[in-house]
Design a protein around this ligand. Structure first.
Ligand code: PRX
Length: 650
């Protein structure tokens, strides 16, 4: 990061500035600096106003904030229900007929779901969960493709005060089992399978494997989507459509304490064990509703929003399910990949539904660039009025391509920085206010306080540093499920009194923030967070592997690519493909190393520490600097020779 001079210098030379157009400003939900000023004057009062105006409460709170660093309680004593905020209140105010979700399956099948219909399904499924024995405070695991039932299941949990734990459908059975067990979930909601790249991928069979080792699960609900064969265990497994048919649609929303646990979402840290990030009810909802209104500038009456993320990630939680629905917006939800049946599927969808706001990841944008600007040019994208990016640093070139070929040179771009832990957007332009620079996430949004610090924790006013957050915010994580010590150590111990995000960033002469990526052992591959240790543990769990070291190497499309260095057990042999498949089985296909180097030894310091920096240099083909601290320098020579040979990949 901070020492990555080339990147910093290249970014520092970025002088282009794009002001929002007059036309955009005229209609923007906020077009002045008033929100920034209000938040700077009275941080808590500012958030309290958002909570009061944007969220419906059954019981008002007594105190805005209890802050006992690092533990926050927001809107203390208040009671509310999230599904009520996302559904009932829109139906009650006469918007039941508004489309909540235009859903499109990968094969081309379509469903249109109004707010009224979504509410009806959520109430039924809430009753289904209750009938299966789920009560307030229980955890429900969700392992589904991108189908509306995912949103129904999540909202149904919030209706009765159960916490959901959604596991991305691309994760392996082992990863699912680990997450179920950590959360002690009672019920699993899954599907037979889903569509991806023109084929059905099985989910239930993966779930079945996981369920062999998940004693807490009592019942399984299976949505029929793929139509593939599944085995159903009598007494335990039930079809979603059968239960829904019988379920009552009478289910009043349960008033829940503002600090009631709303969901767990597992994310990679620097150790092998994923962390169950805890989010609670009132603060999270306030944060996502507020950001969706002002950062995404939503006009519920006229906009059609589309976020191309998966509900299995935090982006899907905050900006497919809760932010859009709490605002009463209409959105598109798409099941499959961007290149089925052709490379223009996304642009076809934007044209079909007249999408006005599109939100995707830099990896996707770089892939679209590779496919060529003729793909979007085949479609009318003039409905778009704003476009956004999330998940990784966006390089200026991709930003400019996105602006020109998707945004038609007239849409503001919001590059939004945030994390699973922050719940919602933290650093981003306000599209009607901020002049943007290609590749910069610009400034903390009103209500968020961010500062860079150096190694010693001293504030950095210009140049590179570690990104920290200095004030509590409503959407902040409330801890790590079952491990509050780890919460404190991971986020709050590196710099006294500050939340350390794990990212490096740079402040330019105009005070703009440029995110530079992770500074810890967390990789960011196609916008997905994967820890090096997690992949290393998966590799060494293979019987033939003695030792491994994993690094993230820069990759022009995926941001980072996973590169593994592996030492095999004496006399044994295993192919790269087998090892990749093994990692896919342990974690999921997203964690498969792109390149594996076999080496008789790993470069280590004399005290036995693996020299990752050196391995990164090897992986990225850089000249190696100082290797004098190495215990055995010949190891590196060998590796360097291998790295100059063409890397293999599936
Ligand atoms: O490194 C940052 C990167 O993604 C990390 C958070 O990952 P996750 O919890 O999976 O959430 C991703 C979606 C919110 C951050 O620590 N990141 C996210 N957004 C950006 C980003 N890096 C640069 N620019 C962004 N806009």
């Amino acid at each position: 990061m901070a020492d990555d001079k080339e990147v910093i210098e290249a970014l520092a030379n970025e002088k282009r500035l794009f002001e929002p157009s007059l036309e955009f400003v005229k209609k923007a939900n906020t077009a002045s600096s008033a929100l920034y000023e209000e938040a700077a004057r009275d941080h808590e009062g500012f958030w309290a106003r958002q909570a009061r105006e944007l969220v419906s409460w059954f019981t008002p709170w007594d105190r805005i904030l209890d802050w006992n660093l690092p533990f926050a309680k927001w809107f203390v004593g208040g009671r509310l229900n999230i599904s009520y905020n996302c559904l009932d209140r829109h139906v009650e105010s006469g918007h039941g007929d508004r489309v909540a979700i235009h859903w499109e399956g990968e094969p081309g099948d379509k469903r249109t779901i109004t707010y009224f219909e979504l509410l009806d399904q959520v109430k039924r499924f809430a009753n289904v969960l209750r009938d299966l024995g789920v009560s307030e405070g229980d955890r429900v695991n969700i392992y589904l493709p991108m189908i509306p039932e995912a949103a129904v299941a999540m909202l149904a949990c919030t209706r009765i005060g159960a916490a959901h734990s959604v596991v991305f459908g691309g994760f392996s059975s082992q990863a699912l089992a680990d997450r179920i067990n950590d959360a002690s979930a009672k019920v699993l909601v899954t599907a037979d399978g889903g569509w991806r790249r023109g084929e059905v991928f099985p989910l239930k069979s993966q779930a079945d494997e996981a369920l062999e080792n998940t004693p807490s699960i009592e019942k399984v609900v299976v949505v029929r989507r793929g139509g593939n064969d599944v085995s159903m265990k009598p007494g335990r497994d039930h079809w979603y459509h059968e239960l829904m048919e019988e379920a009552s649609s009478d289910c009043p929303p349960t008033p829940l304490d503002s600090e009631h646990l709303m969901f767990l979402l597992y994310t990679s840290g620097t150790t092998g064990k994923p962390k169950g990030i805890m989010h609670t009810t009132g603060g999270y909802l306030t944060h996502v509703t507020y950001t969706f209104k002002y950062v995404f500038d939503i006009k519920p009456e006229t906009d059609v929003f589309w976020c191309s993320a998966d509900v299995g990630w935090v982006t899907g939680h905050s900006y497919i399910v809760y932010g859009p629905l709490a605002n009463g917006a209409t959105q598109v939800m798409y099941e499959g990949v961007p290149n089925y049946p052709g490379n223009d599927r996304f642009w076809e969808i934007i044209e079909r539904y007249k999408v006005t706001i599109f939100y995707t990841a830099p990896t996707a944008i770089r892939t679209f660039m590779k496919w060529g600007s003729e793909e979007p040019a085949k479609h009318d994208l003039t409905s778009l009025r704003m476009i956004g990016s999330v998940g990784e640093p966006i390089n200026p070139e991709a930003w400019m391509w996105y602006r020109e070929h998707i945004g038609g040179n007239q849409c503001p771009i919001i590059d939004t920085w945030w994390q699973t832990e922050t719940g919602g957007v933290m650093i981003s332009p306000l599209p009607g206010v901020t002049a943007t620079k290609p590749g910069s996430a610009t400034f903390p949004i009103p209500g968020v306080a961010a500062e860079l610090v150096d190694d010693a924790g001293k504030r950095v006013e210009r140049g590179g540093g570690y990104l920290t957050l200095t004030k509590p915010w409503p959407g902040m994580l409330r801890g790590i499920w079952g491990d509050q010590k780890r919460y404190q150590e991971t986020y709050w111990s590196r710099f006294a009194g500050r939340y350390f995000a794990g990212d490096g960033a740079k402040l330019d002469d105009d005070g703009y923030l440029w995110l530079l990526g992770r500074v810890d052992d967390v990789m960011n591959v196609s916008g997905h967070r994967i820890s090096t240790t997690e992949v290393e543990s998966a590799l060494v769990s293979h019987p033939n592997v003695a030792e491994s070291a994993v690094v993230g190497a820069n990759d022009a499309t995926t941001g980072q690519a996973i590169v593994a260095f592996v030492t095999l057990r004496g006399g044994s042999n295993v192919s790269e493909k087998d090892l990749r498949d093994h990692v896919a089985k342990e974690i999921g296909p997203i964690a498969k190393p792109k390149t594996i180097y076999f080496t008789p030894d790993l470069p280590k310091t004399r005290s036995g520490k693996i020299m990752r920096r050196l391995l990164r240099d090897v992986a990225e083909g850089r000249n190696l600097g100082d290797t004098t601290t190495l215990a055995d320098a010949s190891v590196v020579d060998e590796l360097r020779k291998k790295a100059t040979a063409a890397p293999n990949e599936d």
